[in-house]
Design a protein around this ligand. Structure first.
Ligand code: HXC
Length: 519
């Protein structure tokens, strides 16, 4: 072959590789409302920044006549590029080639790009669309998955890992996304489950559709496996780009600081009046968040899961910050198993990646009852306590209203190494609410009063006495557990000043192999 022909041959081969499993299968992918692996990568990365690797890799399987069917690149596209000018590594499974099923060589490609992401200290983004282990390959596909899992585990807490599920993700394949930091699922075409509907039916007799078993809605609302449920792939990709903007490249760096045009001393007058006089009336914590962060911009994680707690990213004076906040609008903002787990994982992510944490507290306590006790509220609550107590990033806590009992300790209290703990004048910091406390303390005395009117006035007097003593932040402030009581409308400024003061914070936990968080 002459040299010019060699070049032409290369161009032809590259063109062939870019067609994946062929035009017919690409058309079929499009007909399902799905994009191809390369289209997805091009939407994800800055224009023209993608460098593809391993385009000429083919599978090595000779079973079931597979040696006669080879595609350049096999079933995954890998490489690197940039998002807003910052390097990321990506892999996208190509459903047009053997349904994106995982072969030995595909696993090698994914591992290669994961290793490079680790070596270079850059985030890794995986786009999943696969029929699982390539059936013809057998055990090499299984070991390939395990190689990927091990890399997910070693990369955890070192580089941010994001998984998009834009198609099937079934069987053991679900564990790679589950090991990553954030999972995004599309509403129409994605599903994740360990065993599919047919196996479920044959083993347990349960008749269930694919969507009800492992669709985006199920994992966003019920299991919490997915952090984002999005209408379509374009929105999912936009979400990944947004997420990345809040993260540092790796655990040794800080997140990028954005220019901030929102005045740092902006007063939000409405916050002085947002808390209802009736302590049992709800209000929307998201209004407070929107009022204090830069430009009201907040990227909520796990929006539909355990809605009694809010987690997400925002910026204060351009600095990326994780926010955890009880939501009085849903189950009165109580802590239960799911909300504890959700917030614990979020706090740990922030701590691993040097993202400061702001905690907004309005929590009536832990949800009582056998349901929660049997589900392990003790262990799940301990997770959140552990996460806060172990975290060494700057931690600012604002008690907005209620902060009762064990939940007070858990929600980034001073004693769990909260750096600045402020309270609004509307805060109530006590062992429990007034009504419950009086029932316990005065139960015997109350039962002895026969006249109903007298009983009511006795209870009311005692409740008022209790409220006077505890339903305020001043008692806690008198011990120094609360560093200052701040005017609500000035919260943005106080938060920014607090985090500025914490920029030089250095805390190192005792040397150990690793902690033993109550899992
Ligand atoms: C080899 C596969 C495949 C697989 C799909 N294909 N899955 N090839 N191994 N696992 C091929 C099909 O033969 C077909 O090839 C093409 O991909 C598209 O598949 P279709 O069935 O036509 O597509 P669709 O109707 O959209 O259905 C998608 C699907 C279905 C639901 C994913 O293909 C399916 O159920 N696949 C098997 C899923 C499965 O049981 N996987 C093993 C899980 S166990 P052609 O040539 O026609 O285009 C597992 C263990 C991992 O993964 C353990 C890790 C620890």
């Amino acid at each position: 072959m002459e040299n010019t022909e060699k070049v032409k041959n290369l161009i032809d081969l590259r063109g062939k590789a870019k067609l994946g499993g062929g035009e017919k299968r690409i058309a079929s992918q499009h007909s399902k409302g799905k994009f191809t692996a390369r289209e997805r990568i091009h939407m994800l990365l800055d224009e023209g920044s993608f460098e593809e690797l391993d385009m000429f890799v083919t599978h090595r399987c000779n079973n079931f006549g597979l040696e006669k069917e080879k595609y350049l690149g096999d079933g995954v596209v890998i490489g690197h590029g940039t998002i807003d000018g910052r390097s990321v590594y990506v892999f996208a499974q190509d459903f047009t080639i053997f349904g994106g099923s995982l072969s030995e060589t595909m696993a090698l490609k994914i591992c290669k790009v994961m290793d490079m992401a680790m070596k270079m200290g850059c985030p890794i983004i995986g786009i999943n669309d696969s029929g699982g282990a390539r059936i013809q390959e057998g055990v090499t596909a299984l070991s390939g998955y395990a190689e990927i899992f091990e890399r997910n585990i070693l990369a955890s807490g070192v580089i941010p890992q994001i998984s998009a599920i834009f198609g099937p993700c079934a069987g053991g394949a679900v564990y790679s996304p589950a090991l990553t930091d954030f999972v995004i699922m599309t509403e129409q075409n994605s599903y994740m489950f360990v065993t599919g509907p047919k196996v479920v039916k044959s083993v347990t007799g349960e008749d269930i559709s694919i969507e009800n078993l492992g669709g985006a809605d199920v994992h966003a609302r019920k299991s919490g496996v997915s952090h984002f449920r999005v209408a379509d792939e374009q929105t999912g990709i936009q979400r990944i780009r947004e997420l990345i903007s809040y993260f540092p490249q790796n655990n040794l760096e800080e997140a990028p600081i954005e220019n901030c045009s929102d005045p740092i001393n902006r007063l939000e007058d409405s916050l002085n009046e947002i808390i209802p006089d009736n302590p049992n009336s709800p209000y929307d914590m998201k209004v407070i968040i929107a009022g204090i962060v830069d430009d009201g911009k907040f990227l909520e994680i796990h929006k539909d899961y355990a809605r009694n707690i809010i987690c997400g990213f925002a910026r204060f004076n351009g600095v990326s910050t994780g926010i955890v906040a009880n939501q009085p609008n849903f189950l009165a903002g109580i802590l239960d198993c799911d909300s504890s787990r959700k917030a614990a994982r979020f706090v740990r992510f922030c701590d691993a990646f040097n993202i400061p944490v702001l905690t907004l507290v309005d929590v009536p306590g832990f949800l009582p009852g056998s349901g929660q006790e049997y589900a392990g509220i003790i262990i799940h609550g301990a997770k959140l306590m552990f996460a806060y107590g172990e975290a060494t990033v700057p931690k600012v806590t604002i008690t907005i209203r209620k902060s009762y009992g064990g939940a007070h300790d858990v929600m980034s209290s001073k004693q769990l190494r909260g750096d600045f703990n402020y309270a609004w004048p509307t805060a109530e910091i006590a062992v429990m609410g007034a009504a419950g406390a009086i029932e316990v303390l005065e139960g015997r005395a109350i039962s002895k009063i026969e006249n109903e009117e007298e009983k009511a006035s006795y209870i009311s007097a005692k409740v008022n006495e209790y409220k006077e003593k505890f339903a305020n932040p001043y008692e806690a402030a008198s011990y120094g557990y609360i560093d200052d009581i701040i005017e609500p409308r000035n919260t943005r400024f106080r938060v920014i000043r607090a985090f500025q003061a914490l920029q030089t914070k250095k805390v190192v936990n005792p040397l150990k192999k690793h902690s033993n968080i109550p899992l």
